[in-house]
Design a protein around this ligand. Sequence first.
Ligand code: 5MM
Length: 355
Amino acid sequence: MEDVDLKSIAEKLTIRGKGILASDESTGTIGKRLEKAGLQNTEDVRRAYRENFYTADIGNSISGAILFKETLYQHASDGVPFVKCLTSRGVLPGIKVDQGLVPMPGSNGETSTRGLETLASECKQYWQQGARFTKWRAALKVSDGLPSEAAIQRNAQELAEYAAIAQACDLVPIVEPEILIDGDYTLQRSGEVSQRVLQSCIAQLWRQPVDLEATLLKPMMVMPGADASQKASAQDVAVATLDTMRRSVPPAIPGIMFLSGGLSEKESTLYLNAINNLALQQRKDTWALSFSFGRALQASVLQLWTVERTGHVPQGSAKGMAEALARANAAAAKGQFQGPHPSITSLAGTLRENF
Ligand code: 5MM
């Protein structure tokens, strides 16, 4: 095995003004999205859809792409392996290594994540196949009594064990403790819960043989739940998010790569832009503050691709959308997004305003 410098991989992933494309939806999750768009959830449809991203001109905006196991072994329609499509564009291939959520016995509907038993042997195979970083997702529900301390501790411990195993296999770990958007919780409660969760994750990472300088964090931005009566502005989200990160995440961690978690494509970009603007103003850009978005980089691409397949928009439209969304978020990762937002819904809004 070659001598792997994990810190330099983490540095490449967190280079300022680029972010990560999360395209690691498991077969069930991508299936729900494809079926909602009227497409069949077959291996070739999944492959053809993902080709829109991996053969797009995204190298100036995207530093790494997280793939699902199936995708790591697939090829573009011209026969070039996806891994090669990505590396030839300067994009590092990564892999989701968790095996999904399972109910936590005795809990009030809370979950932990499975996959630790087989992780080491799988990581070795993924490295051979070209993956250079990994991702593991835990999910925490918020309500009056949740998340419980038991769920916070169990998930933090699993995330830290995963990170140690990934690094031992020469892969940079992305640690994803997602605070779910569902619920009517306030901005303040989101901050309190995020702080507890992130601090517990960091404490567990310290207990394991994990090199923080070769570890990335993938949290949710701090914001009210989707059903909260009081909405927050992008500036409110930026203030609460930066306060929480500063109180919880040591500067040794090179990058905080936010997930989009059910926000709209436009909100995700505007919030990320506000966070970076504020960090620059306050000189608190200790870490790269960037994205590891899934839906916020994909939703309009999928919509457009379904139309493209019927021949009603030119071939390549979906790929062009993938590039435009990546560019918009790369600009936001520098606090330089100026709009208009390229997503289909924003475009429709702009067009409506012009008539
Ligand atoms: C929370 O989901 C992650 C980020 O995507 P969004 O920006 O859309 O929230 C995402 O990487 C997720 O972990 C993968 O899609 C895998 O999800 P499943 O549900 O298939 O495990």
